[in-house]
Design a protein around this ligand. Structure first.
Ligand code: ATP
Ligand code: ZN
Length: 299
């Protein structure tokens, strides 16, 4: 019965998404304790528990309603969705929010010595991947007939082992490709982490927590780049200064006590504030500039 009232979210147990996922939940206010190798941890101040699993299992856990929510890469979501469609089924999890971490792309990469002359060079080649369904869709959309070699890992060494002519794998910086004498030639899918939810309707209290969590996630994503900026300026310079403030809507203008023509300007900037911006503000007449990080934000 306990499960009826508490939300359960699945996140990657150990991998590239783990720290970011835990960090996001912590920024949303979740306090939890996690022991070593524990499969699950319990929220101490919210009815939200975290289940640690392999990222590939997350879509199934959510669509089978073992978990209410899941944090997983769009690459895994898309592969799962297409795999189910290929079997005549339909994925039942629902993507509710893209998150600003885990950014990468699924790309085609060829060995250094491969002569690449556009996508047609892929015709009749063997392509190793762990994403056969996403790759198949890409090939279909580009009218290319090629052989897909499905592997469960270590895709980047497949060409050297003679198992394939080229690969289709996840890339972020490209350093793994370079180390394996491969070069990226085409992007198949852009990916980042996303929040998915169960197809099952939630009882009111849980649905309310999902809404609150989504608002908090939104707030967390907005403050990441946001800064609070304070400065003094002569009234006559306000027009120019407002133009220079990056991504701020309407700054607050406060008269200074005994400041004559001078005012204080306070603004939330939705973008990072760089030294160059401060220098331009100063040149426009601003003084006493102060930039502060924003801790929390609710629209
Ligand atoms: P698991 O044991 O959970 O199955 P894994 O080996 O599948 O782990 P990781 O390599 O930790 O997974 O990657 C998890 C996710 O991180 C990927 O599915 C992808 O969404 C994202 N990601 C971001 N950058 C990269 C990258 N350069 N290479 C691979 N994945 C990346
Ligand atoms: Zn995985």
């Amino acid at each position: 019965m306990e499960r009826q009232q508490r939300l359960r979210i699945a996140i990657q147990k150990s991998g590239r998404l783990t720290d970011h996922s835990l960090d996001l939940l912590a920024r949303c206010g979740l306090k939890y304790s996690r022991g070593k190798d524990q499969l699950m941890c319990y929220g101490e101040n919210m009815p939200l528990d975290v289940l640690f699993v392999r990222d590939d299992d997350i879509p199934d856990l959510v669509q089978e309603d073992v978990c209410d929510l899941g944090l997983v890469g769009l690459n895994v979501i898309e592969e799962k969705r297409l795999a189910m469609a290929a079997r005549g089924g339909q994925a039942r999890f629902e993507m509710i929010q893209r998150l600003d971490f885990g950014r990468c792309r699924l790309s085609i990469a060829v060995p250094d010595e491969f002569v690449y002359d556009g996508l047609r060079s892929l015709a009749a080649r063997r392509i190793a991947t762990t994403y056969p369904n996403v790759l198949a869709r890409f090939l279909r959309e580009n009218s290319i007939e090629a052989e897909i070699v499905t592997l469960s890992g270590a895709v980047e060494i497949a060409p050297r082992l003679g198992r394939a002519d080229l690969i289709c794998d996840l890339v972020s910086t490209g350093s793994t490709l370079t180390a394996n004498h491969l070069r990226e030639v085409a992007t198949v899918l852009q990916s980042e982490a996303a929040l998915i939810r169960t197809p099952v309707a939630l009882p009111d209290e849980k649905a309310d927590w999902v809404r609150r969590l989504l608002l908090r996630i939104d707030g967390v994503q907005q403050v990441r780049e946001s800064k609070y900026i304070m400065l003094h300026a002569p009234r006559s310079a306000l027009g120019r200064i407002k133009q220079l403030l990056p991504g701020s809507e309407s700054p607050t203008v406060i008269p200074l006590d005994g400041g004559g023509d001078k005012v204080a300007v306070h603004a939330v900037c939705r973008e990072n504030v760089f030294w160059e911006t401060l220098e331009s503000l100063k040149a426009a007449g601003a003084s006493a500039l102060l930039v502060l990080p924003v801790e929390k934000m609710l629209p």
